[in-house]
Design a protein around this ligand. Structure first.
Ligand code: SIN
Ligand code: MN
Length: 258
């Protein structure tokens, strides 16, 4: 799928693009159909919330599940990634973020590239997230909060928070976040299941806890340019992948007709 010149400009200026109706209800049923079995697994890739047994993040599902293996090479996400990043890409990270009803915990303010740079020694911010909502995202179930234009700030100073949630994160201080929000405001992309949300590696974002009775499942694929591969292998392979082979685009019906 080719993005329009307007989409590319929006990405460059604002740091994100929202794409309604990216996946059909038939495709969503296939993607969601895998979730109960994936989330029931007890393996290191599945990180649970601090408060209980619900899944916070399932990493690397595409490495052991055939539906998600095809999903990451789907033309509606892989082609925009190649276009926006300007070359061949591989998967740096894959995650299904559960943000479960009542229990889904906060994601503190951060930039993803801050972590990819500090922990994985990724040379440049030539990586990005292509996210797809698998549930409706509304104002109550812990939508992403993003700071438009903040990707232009480059890599900001951050502290390593290993306590607030079950997952360590390089987080931004309040003064920095307040200053950026003064400039760019806050946006919260919301929409029905199947919506796409593509965002820059240095865009500042986070999300509040989910106090609602509705799950908020989003799948994130982090694509990185093959000539920008990571150089430090400190984190587990399932969090920061080492297979730098360029991905090949699959046919548009790869989910419905494997
Ligand atoms: C993230 O920033 O990596 C996850 C945020 C979320 O899913 O709410
Ligand atoms: Mn993030």
């Amino acid at each position: 799928m080719k993005l329009s010149a307007g989409d590319v400009k929006q990405f460059e200026d604002e740091g994100f693009i929202f794409v309604p109706d990216l996946f059909t209800s038939e495709e969503l049923a296939i993607l969601k159909g895998e979730i109960p079995a994936v989330f029931a697994e007890r393996r290191p890739e599945i990180v649970r919330e601090k408060s209980g047994d619900v899944v916070r993040t399932a990493f690397a599902t595409h490495t052991y599940n055939d539906v998600y293996r095809r999903f990451v090479s789907h033309p509606r996400i892989l082609e925009p990634a190649q276009q926006l990043l300007g070359g061949d890409v591989y998967i740096h990270q894959f995650k299904l973020n559960g943000k479960a009803a009542f229990d889904g915990d906060v994601w503190q303010w951060h930039q993803d590239y801050g972590t990819w740079s500090r922990d994985d020694d990724m040379p440049e911010a030539r990586a990005m997230n292509l996210a797809v909502f698998l549930d409706e995202v509304n104002e109550f179930n812990g939508p992403l909060y993003i700071v438009p234009k903040s990707h232009k700030a480059g890599v900001l100073g951050a502290g390593h928070d290993v306590e607030t949630t079950s997952y360590p994160l390089w987080t931004l201080d309040h003064e920095t976040v307040a200053r950026l929000i003064d400039d760019g405001g806050i946006a919260a992309p919301k929409g029905p299941p199947g919506s796409g949300f593509f965002f820059h590696g240095t865009l500042v974002h986070g999300s509040p806890p989910n106090m609602s009775p509705w799950d908020r499942l989003i799948v994130y694929v982090t694509y990185n340019r093959t000539d920008n591969a990571i150089r430090r292998f400190k984190r587990p392979e399932y969090i920061a992948h080492r297979d730098f082979t360029p991905l090949e685009v699959l046919p548009d019906d790869c989910l419905t007709s494997p």
